[in-house]
Write a protein that binds this ligand. Structure first.
Ligand SMILES: [Fe+2]
Ligand SMILES: [Fe+2]
Length: 472
């Protein structure tokens, strides 16, 4: 991702914000706080560090919500793997060269995986490098510290570069008036750590929740029953919606749930799509993310529905290769959901359950079991949902979906617009008895006229979940 080829300015920092993962941000050498202010306004909790007492007092007075620390930045202890972003702009001229290099190492260590470093410093060609602008450990004048892009491979060898600039920049501040600097600047991301084998039973218990819907926003906020929210990944690709996620994330654990991964499509999702999902997952800072075991499109056609995959070697190879790419791009546990469908894709439903099991075990994915889909498929296709459930690897079932469907001409449609079927409640009790799920959520996508009725459904889910021992 190349954000710009112009020097770092407010516009470039604003463009970078949606890609910074959720978490605390450090502004090292905050000065008059312009950058801290921008990042805090975006929604990040910011710590501003500077040794300029007066500047810092003014920053604090204008922005009481900022955390300010007054000290020489060499004395500020940067906790390892703590910060979602560190901004360090043009402090190096005031550090001797040895301290500049020590600082770069501390910055690298202080970012959490996926965290972002926004850095600028004087290049050797900067006129200031001819002077003793720094101070050594004994307070004696020392040569101005300098940096260059050549340091990147040395200190940040495998970090993706979002932006790199080296060259002259016009400046205009008192007392000098118009003058020129030569700067080296970069915005780079600390590599994510690839997922090792996942311990499914160690995932957090989120309790009862529902899919966030704009039409129910106020009622959701007012409900005591909702302990986490599922957000539709594919409704949040636009960075303009980032603020909504940041605001919801302050109050709830968020779990992104997508419909466009389409692991059954040869070639799978595009790189751009996977990067975007990675951004949304990082923004939600979610313990897992989910999509469906299905195909939504062929390489040429979009079906606009979640279509089940016929078990077989060909589907298996396609799905495993796509899931591997998805997991490499998005290093959080991935759950696969069983879709609703209305025509058999194999002569034996148990073959489908075995296929589901084989995929999640081979790809090391978890299961988001849609209990309503399982009940609906059983009703429509004449299979026994309990036998199907028993054939699944219960230890991988992390989350459950519940929803109500509509019966039309003897077919049960997965419409998500009415209360949960009685038969589905019974199946839910069986599922809760025979698995140790971490989260149960309601899906409701239409008929919002009586929100209290919808929230009652979540209350009822919470009661059943508690009864069957979701240990929080
Ligand atoms: Fe779904
Ligand atoms: Fe679902």
């Amino acid at each position: 991702m190349l954000l710009s080829d112009l020097p770092i300015d407010r516009a470039l920092l604003s463009a970078a914000c949606p890609w910074i993962p959720t978490g605390p941000v450090l502004d090292l050498g905050a000065g008059h706080g312009q950058i801290s202010e921008l990042l805090q306004a975006y929604g990040f909790p910011v710590t501003a560090v500077d040794e300029d007492t007066r500047a810092l007092a003014a920053v604090q007075a204008a922005h009481p919500e900022l955390q300010v620390v007054e000290c020489d930045l060499r004395q500020f202890e940067i906790a390892p793997e703590h910060w979602a972003a560190i901004v360090c702009l043009n402090v190096t001229p005031f550090l001797p060269q040895a301290d500049v290099e020590a600082l770069l190492m501390h910055l690298a260590a202080g970012l959490k995986p996926g965290g972002v470093l926004i850095f600028s410093g004087f290049h050797a060609d900067d006129p200031g490098c001819a002077y003793l602008m720094a101070e050594d450990a004994h307070g004696q004048p020392a040569p101005t510290g300098q940096v260059s892009l050549a340091l990147l491979p040395r200190f940040f060898s495998d970090w993706p570069v979002w932006f790199a600039f080296e060259g002259p920049v016009e400046d205009d501040h008192p007392p000098q008036g118009p003058h020129r600097h030569v700067l080296s600047q970069w915005i780079i991301q600390k590599p994510e750590v690839p997922l090792a084998t996942i311990n499914w039973s160690a995932l957090p218990r989120l309790g009862t929740g529902m899919g966030w819907r704009a039409a129910l926003h106020e009622e959701i906020l007012a409900s005591e029953a909702i302990e986490f929210l599922e957000i539709m990944t594919d409704d949040h690709h636009s960075p303009e919606l980032d603020q909504r996620l940041l605001a919801l994330r302050q109050r709830y654990t968020l779990v992104p749930h997508g419909v466009e991964l389409s692991p059954g499509t040869p070639g799978g999702a595009s790189e751009a799509y996977l990067k975007d999902v990675a951004r949304i997952v990082a923004r939600c800072d979610s313990p897992w993310w989910s999509d469906h075991l299905c195909y939504t499109h062929s390489p040429r056609y979009r079906t606009h529905s979640l279509n089940p995959l016929p078990p077989g070697e060909e589907s298996l190879a396609t799905v495993l290769s796509n899931l591997k790419r998805a997991r490499q791009n998005i290093p959080r546990p991935l759950l696969l959901e069983n879709p609703a469908y209305y025509a058999a894709v194999s002569p034996d439903p148990l073959q489908e359950a075995a296929f589901f099991k084989q995929i999640v075990e081979s790809a090391d994915c978890g299961i988001l079991l849609d209990v309503a889909n399982l009940m609906g498929n059983a009703y429509n296709l004449g299979l026994d949902p309990y036998t199907y459930f028993d054939a699944l690897p219960a230890e991988r079932i992390v989350q459950l979906h519940l929803a109500g469907g509509r019966l039309l001409e003897e077919v049960l449609f997965d419409t998500h617009d009415r209360p949960i079927w009685q038969e589905t409640w019974e199946l839910l009790r069986y599922v809760l008895q025979h698995s140790d799920v971490r989260a149960v959520s309601l899906e409701w996508d239409d008929n919002y006229e009586v929100p209290a009725r919808i929230l009652e459904e979540v209350q009822a889910l919470r009661r059943v979940q508690r009864q069957f021992g979701l240990r929080l």
